[in-house]
Design a protein around this ligand. Structure first.
Ligand SMILES: Nc1ncnc2c1ncn2[C@@H]1O[C@H](COP(=O)(O)OP(=O)(O)OP(=O)(O)O)[C@@H](O)[C@H]1O
Length: 664
């Protein structure tokens, strides 16, 4: 029943044509939360009362860690303000008592003077305490946000790669990012709640003394607005979750229109109007949702106001009745009206602040859930030590499957693969697109582990599953197909290969010479200090091949035991490519293991060992000669090699470039 109602809430907006066309289906949907989390979404008074303390505890815990003295100042000042307000109310009561007593006006005025002075002192003290609280809150909030964001980012970068690639985990990451901001806002709401609660207690205390029936009436007056605020808050929260991916996709469309990478195609292919149309399509879906929410909020607000009005009528009616029946003095009734007004506004503000606090706390709960989930999916720290000098890394019947989406049963990307990477050798991995080469080297690099019961990757006798993964990472330099172009200086683009150490310019220059990036550096306006990335002051753009040379330099600078190069030279010109392959051979001679993935089969002639993958299985292994020999090879490698060789078989004029002639 509840599930149906909730699903209906967001389904009401429908799926836009843009979502269907660009993203293949609805992005605003209710999955996950209903099915897995269920009860935590139930926003009711009871649940709020039960969960809120823990959530407030989380925010206050963050605040204490961020700046304990500032937190103490805020709490002390707010508590003080409440007490001062209570004293002020009592003093007002005394003033009214004196003014409405019988006797000459001068005597009544003189009699009320001390109480009046107390009212004034309470006002001044209240202002001082408020400014102390404002200053401390202002200092505390950004620190809490920084701490929460840092915690979020620290967890995010330590989780397994499979978690980062998991759609559900990504949704949680999105929500938790918002939760870090919520932690900041919670501090303000916490102080407001504290303040309203103390002044409410003061007003309630005064009311109870005046007449016991006034207190329940005060509570009755506020219940409808509490209900209204809760319902609206719940609707907003459900909507936020339903629209998380939709909002990200809409943002993406906006970004694509102005992004540098897409800029050329956007203009030449005239993609701009297409993207803009769909941006509007997506935005209109969001607008419909906002309109729907606003209508429901207006309806809920009306009902709450009507009920609140009836309750106010009952309260003031009861006060009138008490006066009429002579059960209350006029002075007491005056104070009662004042206390009811103060109490009602404190209670209103308390309810509003608690509801806001609760709404924020739900996002902080996402943050807490992310922390727990990330903790469970974090790459474990510690483990078995790798041998000082590893003789080989061995794959034994390794099967690996990428996680599938809901309702999918994905096929394994690797099936029972057994092969070895001996130390100090050049090992080539070849095979068709999608045959599993990149997946296999990610297992070698420790980024993925084999399926449960799906074989073992061994570093000599140490199983990668139980090994200290940071040691595996430390042994590997990865120059992957999709290496990252860091939008920093050229120096950092190479030096980030060893991020834990100060960058040494001589080593950076040596690494650049290794990959041919020295020529790139020579052409940069500020050499190593040139910022690589348009869009920032002094930013410089380099070509795809030049980025690749820098990427290879970075992998070399890392100076790891195993150098994995996945299609390292796809963007290099032929001479630069030849130079890189020559240098890679030198590295292997110097004792480094080189794992080379390439589709240019002539480049693997000099490999010590070639593994051929096909449909996620090992098709054959051997030296170039063995694979080319009809008696020892299966033909998988030979056939592909001959197809490529055939393209070059016509006799060509000899090269003019001296380097090329030397090598031929
Ligand atoms: N992150 C991923 N999530 C899910 N499936 C993936 C992921 N990466 C690769 N795959 C799938 O795993 C299979 C093997 O992909 P892989 O990238 O290892 O192939 P490859 O041999 O390196 O291909 P190519 O020569 O085109 O680079 C493919 O079917 C691919 O769709």
């Amino acid at each position: 029943m509840k599930r149906g109602r909730r699903t209906g809430e967001s389904a009401a907006t429908g799926v836009s044509e843009s979502e269907r066309l660009l993203f293949g289906g609805p992005l605003a949907y209710d999955i996950g939360w209903d099915q897995h989390e269920g009860a935590w979404l139930e926003l009711g008074l009871w649940r709020m009362a039960r969960d809120l303390p823990a959530m407030v505890g989380t925010a206050l815990g963050l605040a204490r860690r961020a700046d304990a003295p500032a937190l103490r100042t805020v709490l002390g000042a707010e508590l003080g303000r409440g007490i001062v307000q209570a004293a002020g109310l009592v003093a007002v009561n005394a003033v009214l008592g004196h003014l409405m007593a019988s006797g000459p006006t001068t005597a009544r005025l003189t009699g009320s003077a001390p109480a009046l002075l107390l009212v004034a002192v309470a006002g001044v003290l209240g202002s001082l305490l408020r400014s102390a609280s404002t200053a401390a809150t202002g200092a505390l909030e950004p620190k809490v946000q920084r701490l929460a964001t840092e915690q979020f980012l620290a967890l995010g970068h330590r989780v397994e790669l499979t978690a980062i690639e998991d759609d559900e985990f990504h949704r949680l990451l999105d929500a938790a990012r918002y939760g870090a901001d919520s932690a900041r806002r919670m501090i303000r709401y916490c102080t407001n709640v504290l303040n309203s609660a103390v002044s409410l207690i003061a007003a309630a205390g005064v009311l109870t003394v005046l007449h016991p029936v006034l207190l329940p009436l005060l509570v009755l007056m506020t219940l409808p607005s509490a209900w209204g605020a809760l319902v609206i808050s719940r609707q907003r929260y459900v909507s936020f979750h339903s629209f998380l991916q939709h909002a990200r996709a809409g943002h993406l469309l906006g970004q694509l229109l102005t992004e540098q990478q897409a800029a050329a195609e956007v203009r030449v292919h005239d993609v701009g109007p297409f993207l803009l149309t769909h941006f509007r399509g997506m935005a209109e879906t969001s607008e419909r949702e906002q309109t729907r929410l606003a209508r429901r909020a207006a309806r809920t607000g009306l009902i709450a106001d009507a009920a609140g009005g009836l309750a106010a009528l009952a309260t003031y009616g009861s006060l009138g009745l008490l006066l009429w029946a002579g059960r209350m003095d006029l002075a007491v009734a005056g104070t009662a009206v004042l206390a009811i007004r103060t109490g009602a506004s404190s209670l209103d503000s308390l309810v509003l602040q608690v509801t806001e606090l609760y709404q924020e706390s739900l996002f902080v709960a996402d943050f807490t859930r992310l922390c727990a989930e990330a903790e469970a999916r974090t790459i474990p720290a510690g483990g078995a030590d790798l041998p000082e000098r590893v003789r080989e890394v061995r794959f034994e019947k390794v099967t690996f499957t990428y996680p599938g989406g809901p309702g999918e049963t994905p096929e394994p990307a690797l099936r029972e693969v057994s092969l070895a990477f001996p130390t100090g050798k050049i090992v080539a991995l070849v095979g068709e697109n999608g045959s599993g080469k990149s997946t296999l080297v990610k297992l070698l690099a420790g980024l993925y582990l084999p399926d449960e019961g799906g074989g073992t990757v061994r570093w000599d006798d140490v199983d990668a599953r139980t090994a200290d993964r940071s040691q595996i990472f430390g042994r590997v330099a990865l120059m992957s197909q999709n290496f990252y172009n860091w939008p920093f200086t050229a120096r950092v683009n190479v030096g980030i290969g060893r991020p834990g150490e100060p960058i040494r310019d001589e080593a950076v220059e040596a690494a650049a010479a290794f990959s041919g990036a020295d020529e790139v550096l020579a052409g940069l306006p500020r050499g190593l200090r040139t910022l690589l990335g348009r869009g920032y002051r002094g930013g410089h753009q380099i070509s795809g091949g030049q980025w690749q040379r820098l990427g290879i330099a970075r992998a070399h600078y890392r100076d790891a035991a195993i150098l994995i190069v996945d299609e390292p030279t796809s963007a290099l010109d032929p001479l630069a490519e030849q130079r890189v392959f020559d240098r890679i051979r030198e590295r292997a001679t110097a004792g480094q293991t080189v794992v080379l993935i390439t589709h240019r089969l002539h480049a693997v002639r000099h490999a010590d060992l070639i593994h051929v993958l096909k449909d996620g299985r090992l098709a054959e292994s051997g030296t170039f000669e063995e694979l080319m020999d009809e008696r020892t090879g299966t033909g998988d490698f030979r056939d592909s090699y001959l197809v490529q060789a055939d393209a070059f078989s016509t006799s060509l004029p000899s090269p003019r470039h001296p380097d090329a002639r030397q090598r031929s």
